[in-house]
Design a protein around this ligand. Structure first.
Ligand SMILES: *Cc1c(COP(=O)(O)O)cnc(C)c1O
Length: 401
């Protein structure tokens, strides 16, 4: 007997995103040993391709076994020693998760919070660091709970000026919007395989700068987590190939294939595609009389938060989208529960066809909920946005589903 076959759905939430058949097919490759020379080649290629997407030369670049949160925990547990002063700058749910993890690492914590939907003011970060002694600044680049893109370029310079390393969560941005690890001066950066990279969940790409590697090498005590200890893992991924744990072989096949597809499309083209589709989605939603949660200046292209209008039950709409159109859109998380929908356009999901189908479906479901809206305006306005996008509408785009 074979396993049940799931029917395809359109994944338009905060991840996982839809996975291309080429990547799915790679998961069915025959099993090989994780120390087989052929598999070492796979790991090498994954590492090289990760350097490309992180835009870094960092030697310590690899994919952690585990989801994005394992990437987060790896950065924090390797770079924090009990008693270290750490500043976490929080713009939403995942920032709070960093606070929780840093606290479990025994950090002497300072937390700087802005209301969800807003970005951090670099001057406020600098003021907090000026109190002195901080060893680490941690921040989320694309906060999927609120749909905010936090600029991190300036934060790196500020952190370094005060002797702190910068940790950046690029779970929802890597492969979707620019993440320039070297140019921006990020010291530790992690992501998740299942968002803009277009791979199933299960791996956490990660990169450490030379300064972060040095911090790791100079620790006074061993890393408190054995499994996430990068000093052990780098000899597994490095030349020594020292056995640490059994790598999730199939997942690494999948990540390699997904990263190859990113490289074939080209980073710039991929960023343009995410940006353009997000812009069209936003135009369509606004034309339907819906209100976006975040102003355009710091809106995250890969995830759009839109307010649930008064008189509409957000969950009923979400279930309607799922049952009638097989669209899985995201609900509000944490303090935005019930107040917003979160619409993801990640990886191959960022396509014109998905945006237009989504808007048309949402219009139908909303109308049935008694929400009055002008017929067809969402799709029409989104279409206009494509037509006026830099580069025009004639560009060939990646197919979906
Ligand atoms: C998805 C996500 C994570 C990691 O989540 P996992 O569910 O563990 O993969 C971390 N940070 C942000 C901003 C995310 O969107």
């Amino acid at each position: 007997m074979t396993g049940g076959k799931e029917r395809e759905k359109l994944l338009m939430g905060p991840g996982p995103s839809n996975v291309h058949p080429r990547v799915l097919a790679s998961l069915a490759s025959p099993m090989i040993g994780h120390l087989d020379p052929d598999f070492l080649e796979v790991m090498n290629e994954v590492r090289d391709l990760l350097r490309l997407v992180f835009q870094t030369e960092n030697r310590l670049t690899l994919a952690m076994s585990g989801t994005g949160s394992a990437g987060m925990e790896t950065c924090l547990v390797n770079l924090i020693e009990p008693g270290d002063r750490v500043l976490v700058a929080v713009e939403g749910y995942f920032g709070e998760r960093m606070v929780e993890m840093a606290s479990r690492c025994g950090a002497d914590l300072t937390v700087l919070r802005v209301p969800w939907g807003e970005v951090l003011d670099p001057a406020a970060v600098e003021t907090a660091l000026r109190r002195g002694g901080h060893r680490l600044l941690a921040v989320v680049h694309g906060e999927t709970s609120a749909g905010v893109l936090q600029p991190v370029e300036e934060l790196a310079a500020i952190a370094h000026r005060h002797g702190a390393l910068l940790v950046v969560d690029a779970a929802a941005t890597l492969g979707g919007v620019p993440v320039l690890v070297d140019e921006w001066g990020i010291d530790a950066c992690y992501s998740g395989s299942q968002k803009c990279l277009g791979c199933p969940p299960g791996l956490a790409p990660l990169s450490f700068s030379e300064a972060a590697s040095r911090r790791l090498a100079e620790r006074r005590e061993p890393v408190r987590s054995w499994y996430l200890d990068l000093s052990l893992l780098q000899s597994y991924w490095g030349r020594d190939r020292f056995y640490h744990h059994t790598a999730p072989v199939s997942m690494l096949f999948a990540l390699r294939e997904a990263l190859r597809m990113v490289a074939e499309e080209g980073l710039e083209e991929r960023f343009r595609r995410h940006r353009e589709n997000a812009r069209a989605l936003a135009a369509g939603l606004e034309a339907m009389g819906l209100e976006l949660f975040v102003p355009e200046t710091h809106r995250l292209a890969t995830l759009t938060a839109v307010r649930v209008p008064a008189g509409v039950d957000g969950e009923v709409v979400r279930l309607g989208m799922m049952r009638e159109h097989r669209i899985d859109m995201g609900a509000g998380l944490g303090e935005l529960k019930g107040r917003v929908w979160r619409i993801g356009l990640m990886g191959m999901g960022a396509s014109r066809r998905n945006v237009l189908f989504f808007l048309k479906s949402l219009e139908e479901v909303l109308r049935r909920q008694g929400f009055e809206l002008p017929e067809g305006d969402g799709v029409r306005r989104a279409d206009e946005a494509y037509a006026t996008a830099p580069g025009g509408r004639l560009r060939v785009e990646g197919q979906t589903s």
